[in-house]
Design a protein. Structure first.
Length: 206
């Protein structure tokens, strides 16, 4: 069983909006994710209920022709808070950033025990005893950290900062028997220019 976690694309932040939509650039990246995952034999597409995750998952659902399933437990901490606070904003305040890194769930107004259990329950529900499925899971930075920290048996949650629209892979038959296959894959987001033809390929004299 393999779960491919995709962090949502970059949101278009507006004052007081705790559930922002994607930027135009992020929508293009979301399309790239969908085309990249065509080669992965994905059987299910699952998403957090928050707009930035749903909009990131939409192209993959459409391109693969799979129904988009929503799981409440994959939502980001602070879902109903006063407004979205992205990593870029948090990093501008050294004191706040240190507090966030130490305990991000409490910092954003959540209860660590309840939030972590909700994420892990959602992931356990995706596994459901199956061993041969590959699932694309569109989520957020902290839920992804909760899963990775659980696998590595780490007490703190924030150890990893996945990029927008990055892929992180975990595999195993159950929540307590999983391995991390990769973290923060971004090759699918890189613009690639065609390699220049060699002199021979261009028909130049030898």
């Amino acid at each position: 069983m393999e779960l491919i976690f995709i962090r949502h694309g970059k949101p278009k932040v507006e004052p007081g909006d705790n559930d922002p939509v994607l930027t135009d650039a992020a929508r293009l990246q979301a399309e790239r994710v969908g085309h990249w995952l065509r080669r992965e034999n994905i059987e299910r597409v699952v998403s957090s209920p928050m707009r930035r995750a749903l909009e990131t998952a939409g192209p993959t659902s459409r391109i693969l022709g799979l129904e988009l399933e929503v799981r409440e437990g994959l939502a980001e901490v602070g879902r109903f808070g006063p407004g979205y606070r992205g990593i870029e904003t948090l990093r501008k305040d050294p004191v706040g950033w240190a507090k966030f890194m130490d305990d991000p769930i409490s910092f954003l107004g959540g209860d660590p025990v309840t939030f972590k259990q909700g994420v892990l329950d959602a992931v356990a529900g995706l596994l459901d005893g199956r061993t041969e499925a590959r699932v694309a899971v569109f989520a957020h930075g902290i839920p992804i950290n909760v899963v990775l920290s659980h696998i590595l048996d780490l007490k703190r949650v924030t150890h990893f900062l996945p990029d927008y629209c990055s892929l992180t892979r975990v595999s195993g038959p159950s929540l307590n028997d999983m391995s991390i296959l990769s973290f923060n894959e971004t090759a699918h987001l890189v613009d690639r220019e065609p390699a220049p033809a060699s002199a021979l390929e261009a028909g130049a004299p030898r």
